[in-house]
Design a protein around this ligand. Structure first.
Ligand SMILES: [Zn+2]
Length: 912
């Protein structure tokens, strides 16, 4: 079997065989001529050090015949680590305990003074330091340029790490003058595998199932649900994570990046039809120094082009890879002062070991590796050639950031601890992980005027001691502004092009396919809105006394004194939810007051947790003290049930027992992997909530009575319907009516409103049975769109209904909501619309389509509870917890899990 595989791949790799010549496609009518493509020679630069074994010797096969498993890769790394041109730095481990590294490669001479190089680099990056021209000249004269080469962030774009092995060997073993000269001028920081867990899932699968068949329909091109090598352990796309940096791989790589602060960064992906490298497409993040960025992308792009032209290889630039969203591994490095670039190779990964192009020539994994290898070396060569000029512009990046911060219309952002200090600290930690300098105030300060993130101006706001302040006049000002500005401007030319497409699409015939829009990702990522954290923008910097912070430490919380009646905890914080879940899980009895209540003269909001002494064992006192300290949550003490005012106290009729949640999460085929993954991460890492993942098609055949919560992550409504079948649907419906809580997220909501389930009265806006939209259709000539256009991740204003348990802990009237789809839902006529979009003034940040999005979404529902029998069907039109970055509605999801199982017949009537 193995011999067969080797033979097939060897032939295809070596000769770029024609389909007809192999006899595999006998039906091909016309004989085609043999192409000229020759196998790439990885050893063309001259002599190599004999002591260092070549990759094929270490691996036991030619790279490209199979994928290197992570263990094999680590052995390669260990062997080359003995070279005097290499230093290996561990950066941490993945969720599945695979070690991660960055590898510094340079001349032995440079490696001996690596600490000095690093220190000089940081000195250049200190935009506040007033360096004389002479001092800058002196620093730059001796300073190598630092080039970051990242590989395989998407694990199934698996040519990456294979190429890293080739590049590593070339740099450590080559005795050619060219390579040695590069290493005198360049320190390469290689991140050889940015996603070891995802890559390993893919590699094991591809080695097992890859026969080397080139047919596009071959099984080996499918990458099934449980492989999904693109993502990390939690099915996160690591090339979107650099805003929250929630994932451990992002933190490992991000910290190393900030330590080395490279001038050039190339992130190696695959597989496009032909190789891609910059210049990038529009839009370009407006916080990037535009002139310098475009100039350098052009220089590096032309450097790669020359190397590819020499081989006669195809490639393209611009097209659709933009540099707008701030959390990619090209835009984020660029905001940090580097020339940040994405490279996409053609071949390998999901295209398999061999892939049939549309002209019936074959694209191979080996050629994909050769192209990444060539682009990596060309990047090093270009960096070496432009070392001095690039270093000067690198310094200018940080100097201009300080200057821009002093002059811009957003000079400071003030972030008080707010209603959930834990979440506020999480936001500040994320800023710190992007290298943003944050201060904390040491005295009360007053802001003469400031604007919150809902656009409300206020005068004379007092900020307490301990408020976090981000001053934009700092070396990392470009990053700070990219993460904190209220809305990010998109290039006019880009927007005009999308709107023209919209008009063309509207005028097209029914059967003519629509022209795709070019939004590559979400168009808003404003962190205070995403985290739902109180924050204030200040136009003209305010003086204050404060300290620059390092690590963000949570203040410790004391255990409560011993209560005689009950312990009481306010809702609205992650800590409160965690504490309640822990107590319930351990068997303690926890209740909630569904109205605001009076506890010994102290007011507690609706949804407060009541843990009564008489209903619990004496171990409660010690346990709640431990949990209060662990979750850093203040626990109140009630020594009497008597209320000083109002109608509700710890002993009143409006107090109901909660039930420990037993949670099932649907998974596997039909479910969007990243939606399931975000829940996995949220439950396991953030809330410590146990759950049972169950395949969708198993849901119909198991006894659901073991659970009181079922979550359907975002997924294809069609697949949900088909995989569940009639049995699954009726099983779920019976279970809900008997008291179960079914939670549908995003696209899964569309499945729930499928007419034949009869679960809810809401409808999809623009659907055939949406009467309002139909009325629009009847208007005649210039009818407006009845169907929503896809919203590329914009933040919208919603109105909070305080009459429901889902909004416990949300005492504000407005809440930001992430809209990232083309599916809007009419308000429910039978249940509770807990979050609803207002009729106007809806957009907070990001792109919405003129005369479409806001008109169609106004008055529709974002979060709905449909009471069914004794249970609930809770619908979220978009995903809470999206990318572990969208926090604003996450507690609402947790409210559903914590409160709904206990409040089966007690849905509403909880006004403040
Ligand atoms: Zn990729």
């Amino acid at each position: 079997m193995i011999a067969h595989i080797r033979l097939l791949r060897g032939i295809a790799a070596g000769m770029a065989l024609l389909a007809t010549a192999t006899g595999l496609w006998a039906q091909t009518p016309t004989p085609l001529l043999v192409p000229v493509e020759q196998p790439f020679d990885f050893y063309s630069t001259g002599e190599y050090r004999e002591k260092l074994p070549r990759p094929e010797t270490l691996l036991g096969y030619e790279p490209g015949e199979a994928y290197a498993q992570y263990g094999a890769f680590l052995e390669v790394l260990e062997t080359y680590a003995h070279s005097d041109r290499v230093r290996v730095f561990p950066t941490g481990a993945t969720n599945e305990r695979r070690p991660m590294h960055v590898v510094a490669i340079s001349s032995a001479k440079n490696l001996r003074r690596l600490d000095d190089i690093k220190a000089a680099n940081q000195r250049l990056a200190d935009g506040r330091a007033e360096l004389s021209d002479r001092e800058i000249d002196r620093l730059i004269a001796k300073q190598p340029i630092i080039v970051w080469l990242g590989y395989n962030i998407h694990g199934d774009e698996a040519a990456g790490t294979e190429a890293a092995i080739r590049v590593l060997y070339e740099l450590v073993a080559s005795e050619s003058k060219t390579v040695k000269a590069w290493l005198d001028d360049v320190v390469v920081i290689m991140n050889p595998c940015q996603n070891p867990d995802g890559r390993e899932r893919f590699v094991v699968w591809a080695n097992a199932h890859g026969l080397g068949r080139p047919e596009r329909f071959a099984y080996e091109k499918e990458n099934p649900w449980n492989v999904q090598g693109r993502y990390n352990h939690y099915y996160f796309d690591l090339n979107r994570d650099m805003i929250p940096t929630s994932q451990v791989e992002s933190r490992n790589s991000g910290a190393a990046f900030l330590e080395w602060l490279p001038q050039v960064a190339a992130d190696h992906h695959g597989e496009t039809k032909e190789f891609f490298f910059p210049p990038a497409a529009l839009p370009i993040n407006p916080n990037l120094p535009r002139e310098s960025l475009e100039r350098w992308l052009d220089v590096f792009g032309r450097g790669n082009a020359a190397a590819f032209d020499q081989q006669g290889w195809m490639y393209y630039v611009r097209d659709y890879f933009d540099i707008f969203y701030a959390g990619y591994w090209d835009s984020w490095p660029a905001l940090q002062g580097a020339t940040g670039m994405t490279y996409e190779t053609s071949g390998g990964g999901k295209r398999g070991f061999n892939y049939l192009r549309d002209d019936e020539t074959i694209m191979t994994l080996r050629s994909a590796i050769a192209k990444h290898f060539t682009a990596s070396l060309a990047t090093i060569a270009t960096a070496a050639a432009h070392r001095e000029a690039r270093l000067r512009d690198f310094r200018e990046h940080f100097v201009s950031a300080v200057k821009a911060g002093r002059e811009a219309d957003l000079q400071q952002v003030w972030i008080p601890a707010g209603t959930d200090p834990h979440r506020t600290r999480e936001l500040v930690r994320a800023l710190r992980r992007s290298g943003v300098e944050v201060q904390t105030t040491t005295a009360v300060a007053t802001l003469p005027t400031a604007t919150n993130y809902f656009g409300v101006n206020t005068a004379e706001i007092t900020m307490p001691v301990g408020t976090f302040v981000v001053d934009m006049a700092q070396p990392k000002g470009h990053v700070a502004r990219a993460l904190l500005e209220p809305d990010t401007a998109i290039d006019d030319a880009f927007i005009e092009r999308q709107q023209e497409k919209m008009k063309r699409n509207r005028d097209r015939g029914e059967n003519a396919p629509d022209d795709d829009y070019e939004f590559y990702d979400v168009t808003a990522w404003t962190m205070p809105l995403a985290y739902d954290v109180e924050a204030y923008q200040v136009g003209a910097a305010v003086n204050f006394s404060g300290d620059v912070i390092g690590e963000v430490v949570a203040p410790s919380v004391a255990a409560p004194p011993r209560a005689t009646a009950a312990y009481v905890i306010r809702p609205g914080t992650e800590g409160a939810v965690r504490l309640a879940l822990d107590l319930l899980e351990e068997g303690y009895r926890v209740a909630t007051a569904v109205r605001s209540m009076d506890v010994g003269g102290v007011a507690y909001p609706r949804g407060s947790l009541v843990v009564r002494i008489e209903r619990n064992p004496t171990s409660l006192h010690e346990r709640i003290g431990e949990l209060a300290r662990r979750h850093r949550i203040e626990v109140g003490v009630a020594n009497t049930a008597f209320t000083e005012s109002g109608i509700t106290g710890i002993g009143s009729e409006s107090t109901f027992a909660l039930t420990a949640p037993k949670v099932l999460v649907a998974t596997g085929d039909g479910v969007i992997p990243s939606s399931y993954g975000a829940l996995h991460y949220l439950f396991e890492e953030t809330y410590g909530l146990e759950f049972v993942p169950v395949a969708v098609d198993t849901l119909g055949s198991i006894d659901l009575r073991k659970f009181n919560v079922v979550v359907l992550p975002a997924g294809s409504p069609h697949h949900y319907g088909r995989l569940l079948g009639d049995g699954g649907k009726s099983n779920l419906k019976t279970w809900v009516s008997q008291g179960g809580t079914l939670i549908c997220l995003g696209w899964a909501t569309e499945f729930a409103i499928d007419a034949d389930t009869g679960w809810t009265s809401i409808k999809r806006v623009g659907a055939d049975d949406d009467d309002d939209a139909k009325a629009d259709d009847a208007d005649g000539e210039d009818e407006p769109d009845a169907e929503p256009l896809p919203v590329p991740g914009a933040m919208m204003r919603t109105m909070v209904d305080h009459d429901h348990f889902l909004s416990f802990g949300y005492e504000q009237d407005e809440l930001p909501f992430l809209v990232n789809s083309d599916t809007f839902f009419t308000a429910s006529e039978t249940g509770f619309n807990v979050l609803k979009f207002p009729q106007e003034n809806i957009r907070l940040a990001g792109y919405v389509w003129p005369d479409n999005t806001e008109r169609l979404i106004g008055g529709t529902a974002a979060v709905v509870d449909e009471p069914v029998g004794r249970g609930h069907i809770i619908l979220f039109s978009d995903e809470p917890g999206y990318r572990a970055w969208w926090h604003a509605t996450t507690r609402m999801l947790m409210n559903a899990i914590l409160y709904a199982p206990g409040l089966q017949n007690q849905t509403g009537g909880y006004s403040r």
